[in-house]
Design a protein around this ligand. Structure first.
Ligand SMILES: Cc1cc2nc3c(=O)[nH]c(=O)nc-3n(C[C@H](O)[C@H](O)[C@H](O)COP(=O)(O)O)c2cc1C
Length: 204
């Protein structure tokens, strides 16, 4: 069975969470992670051309195929990862979700488990609002939302960083200078594992 992990990442933080979630999926017997990126806008691509760091991150993602509707269709469960943009998902990810009308009409995503994860620049920059608003279209599509339970180690902490019951997350820093902590990555792995385990149970 396949679990799709589709993400958008300009500076690499969400990509690191996506790779960790894929490890969590692959740790479940009989489950295979399929990693896909969301297509970049041409206008943003041109801006990235002039930014050395973002260009490097783009190169690191080159070998990951762009997500298609068939990838969504073929998956037994899906994790969606997007950086926070003004407290919401990035438009690039919204574009993918808004292209699913054909799937919605036939109910092709109904009953599939789904998880969401994000990254913000600052601690209170809107992780929860992004994760919650990412869930709304997935509910319209009939997906079953899978969060991160507090039994996952690292979920109960008080210092400012990632890891929410609504989905895995990380704090990137105002210039993207931070990297996901070991616990942020462990929580992303746990979320990937959970989605895979639930997909397996739903299949029976
Ligand atoms: C247009 C724009 C809006 C942003 N809005 C927010 C925001 O609301 N809150 C926040 O903490 N960070 C915000 N950021 C910072 C991004 O969330 C940050 O660059 C991202 O989490 C890094 O993830 P990535 O490395 O996967 O691209 C914004 C960045 C851009 C370019």
């Amino acid at each position: 069975m396949k679990i799709l992990i589709v993400f958008y990442s300009m500076y690499g933080h969400v990509m690191q969470l996506a790779r960790a979630a894929a490890e969590g999926v692959d740790a479940v017997d009989g489950m295979e992670a399929v990693l896909r990126r969301v297509e970049e806008f041409e206008t943003v691509d041109r801006i990235i051309d002039g930014n050395e760091y973002a260009s490097q991150i783009r190169e690191k993602q080159r070998e990951i195929p762009v997500c298609t509707l068939d990838d969504l269709r073929d998956a037994d469960g899906i994790l969606f990862g997007s950086p926070t943009r003004y407290g919401n998902m990035a438009a690039q990810m919204k574009q993918l979700i808004d292209s699913t009308a054909a799937l919605w009409l036939k109910g092709e995503l109904e009953g599939k488990p789904a998880g969401v994860f994000t990254s913000t620049a600052s601690t209170h920059g809107g992780q929860e609002t992004t994760l919650f608003t990412m869930m709304a279209p997935l509910l319209h599509l009939g997906m079953i939302i899978v969060g991160v339970p507090y039994s996952v180690p690292g979920m109960l902490h008080t210092e400012g960083r990632g890891g929410t019951p609504y989905g895995a997350s990380t704090v990137a820093g105002s210039r993207g200078e931070l990297i996901p902590t070991a616990e942020d990555l462990e929580i992303a792995r746990a979320q990937g594992r959970k989605v895979a385990e639930i997909a397996k149970k739903l299949r029976g």
